[in-house]
Ligand binder design. Sequence first.
Ligand code: FES
Length: 421
Amino acid sequence: MKEYYLVATIVAALFGIVSLLAFSRWSSMSRSNSSPHSSKRHSARRLEDKQQSTFSVDKESDFPIDWFTSSEIFALETRAIFCKSWIFLAHSSRFAKPGDYHTFSFSNYSVFLIMGKDRKIRAFHNVCRHRAYSITKKESGSSTVLGCKYHGWSYNTKGHLVKAPMFDGVAGFKKDENSLFEIETRVSGSGAVWINLDTEFSNQNLNDNEGDFEPFLDLKTQSSRWVEGGTVESGFNWKKAVNPKLFNVGWPKVSTFSAFNLLKNDPIETSGIHVFPNAIIYKIPGTKIWYSVILLPSSPGKTQIRYDIYSGSAKPQPSIEAAITRQIEEVISTKTKDLEYSSFLIHTKTDKILDNQYDILLSMKSHSRIEKTLGRQVSPVLQKSKTSQKFLQAEILCKQLDCLGQGIAEDSTKGMEVLAW
Ligand code: FES
């Protein structure tokens, strides 16, 4: 009997071992089988995300060889992206008092942001309603009355025409029909200031962009304080710099990051995110300091780099802020030289195409399809065919005054497109 139990026990143990081996093999097979399937599903989803209707972009060859150099591509990205997207330009802390303004030029447009007496930030085309001269000449300044230097027309911070010398008393001329051209502007709850040049689709939702960078910073940016900023002229295509790693200062060399702190925690590097289409937001770890880099294209081979450094702390920390500012400026200067140098080289398919550029390409393809369908170029900001009657009326009056020899300068609008409002 004892022998019987011994044999039965051995058989049961062997059976158990065999079962365990079989289960282990089955489970490893199912693991190895599930991985490629889930990966494929993931890839498929990513591709679907990118497809947006019928476009398929999944390989570098979709990018034209003159992606960084062509003036046609520059013109298309102006129409497809800069005339239609919400563009992040500044944080509201750059505006301390009514009349503070900042001018930006990109994609052949000049615009300015100004804080009104009601402390609301508005954006306008930097174009006088008389003969399209620039209203603001400086990059930044402060004035509650914006006078055009050419013939003295003046506007208030809401863009209303308040003075038009020589036009007072002219029959048919109305000041309230000659306000500056206002641009759709949103200031998010976190204080980010966005504009949209598009006059046809101005009700576009801003949430997608707006939600992008405050969670990334892990900081309530509403109370941010502007620390420092500047603009650097550079000689490369803006799309080359749409890379959150590019102007990243790495681990900042400032006094607060002591050896003790480094021993206590692994150093965390500065990180950045791309905010479509042309901005990158960076956060400096261990501080409340963050900075934005905005790429403002002037031509296929020229870009203005606007950088602004902000602090989430109300109390200034002069030495730390100065050290970080120096470091950011050094990085921008060095990387700009690198990109300018590489821009002299002939562009080939081997030029590195960054992931963020797929989004740019998709927007351009989508717009291009609309243009092909309509059989014409679509620029949501400028439409020659809808030249404002009010503008023409003012222009005729002006020419009459010219004929009377009242010293009005040569027509500066020759060859210019007229904004359609
Ligand atoms: S007053 Fe501005 S262009 Fe004449």
